[in-house]
Design a protein around this ligand. Structure first.
Ligand code: IPD
Ligand code: CA
Ligand code: CA
Length: 282
């Protein structure tokens, strides 16, 4: 199944490369500051068709299409649209396989021609993430993780950086650009953390922020309001690289809240303690 995820990510990667900096892009705003292009949809369809052709019994949760399944009738309804099943969150039941996919993470970068985007693919079995693949097609960097078996960047083992405190660290974050009501709380937390670390990046692709933490390129990362497809592959990767992932209360409810802090254990603990008071209002 890891192979399937890798091949699906590479398929989408080819579509991204072919369309990068093309003027014929059709861009829509799904909601304020939330873009989707024809290429996001094309990538999602390619990934979904590839995965469901290998595993027709599995479910597929894509950012653009919600939860979908290869219709039981697929063989007798070739060419028909797959039918979305109600709801956008990954359901949990026995023996349930759900692929969680962000076809282009960093759509705003993609639209602006900023070469920092990724395809993110995770597989959850009964609600637990078993594998994660994040592919940066423009740098040809493939990050992959298997639960209990560590993680690799282009076949090199990844490990989070070990820091005893925030002093000297370089972190990643993102502004709550779609949830402006969180800006005041976020800014307070940002200031507290910024005062303790060396610097903070905002690169615009959550899955790569997570993958870079796993690779030790970044020492930590925090963001509010993420979705399952932004997080699923990357949070496994960080844990498999020896890091920890929490929400802003230091608990593990980040899939539900979308609020995430990750990095080496000591860095995460310090961010949590700096953020905890302000985060009570989240
Ligand atoms: C977004 C990016 C961005 C993060 C946003 C995400 P999208 O995903 O990962 O870095 O700050 O929260 O929604 O919309 O480009 O797939
Ligand atoms: Ca995303
Ligand atoms: Ca996306």
């Amino acid at each position: 199944m890891l192979n399937t995820a890798v091949r699906a990510a590479q398929l989408a990667g080819k579509i991204i490369i072919r369309n990068f900096e093309q003027s014929a892009l059709s861009v829509e705003e799904k909601q304020k500051n939330d873009l989707v292009t024809n290429v996001d949809r094309e990538c999602e369809q390619a990934v979904r068709d590839f995965i469901l052709s290998k595993y027709p019994d599995h479910k597929f949760l894509g950012e653009e299409g919600g939860i979908q399944q290869a219709a039981q009738t697929d063989s007798d309804s070739a060419g028909k649209e797959r039918r979305p099943v109600k709801g956008k969150s990954a359901p949990k039941s026995n023996g349930e396989y759900v692929w969680i996919v962000d076809p282009i993470d960093g759509t705003t970068n993609f639209v602006k021609g900023i070469p920092h985007v990724a395809v993110s693919i995770a597989l959850q079995i009964n609600g637990r993430t078993e594998l994660g693949v994040i592919y940066d097609p423009l740098r040809d960097e493939l990050f992959k993780a298997l639960r209990g078996q560590g993680c690799e960047l282009n076949s090199r083992r990844m490990r989070v950086s070990e820091n005893s405190s925030l002093d000297g660290t370089v972190l990643a974050t993102a502004f709550p650009h779609r949830k402006r009501e969180l800006v005041t709380t976020y800014t307070k937390i940002f200031m507290r953390v910024f005062n303790e670390c060396a610097d903070i990046r905002r690169a615009g692709t959550a899955s790569l922020d997570l993958a870079y933490v796993a690779a030790g390129r970044l020492d930590g990362y925090f963001e509010l309001g993420l979705k399952p497809w932004d997080i699923a592959a990357g949070e496994l990767m960080v844990r498999e690289a020896g890091g920890i992932v929490t929400d802003f209360a230091g608990d593990t409810d980040y899939f539900n809240s979308g609020n995430i802090i990750c990095g080496g254990a000591k860095v995460v603990r310090q961010i949590v303690s700096l953020a905890k008071e302000d985060a009570k209002s989240l």
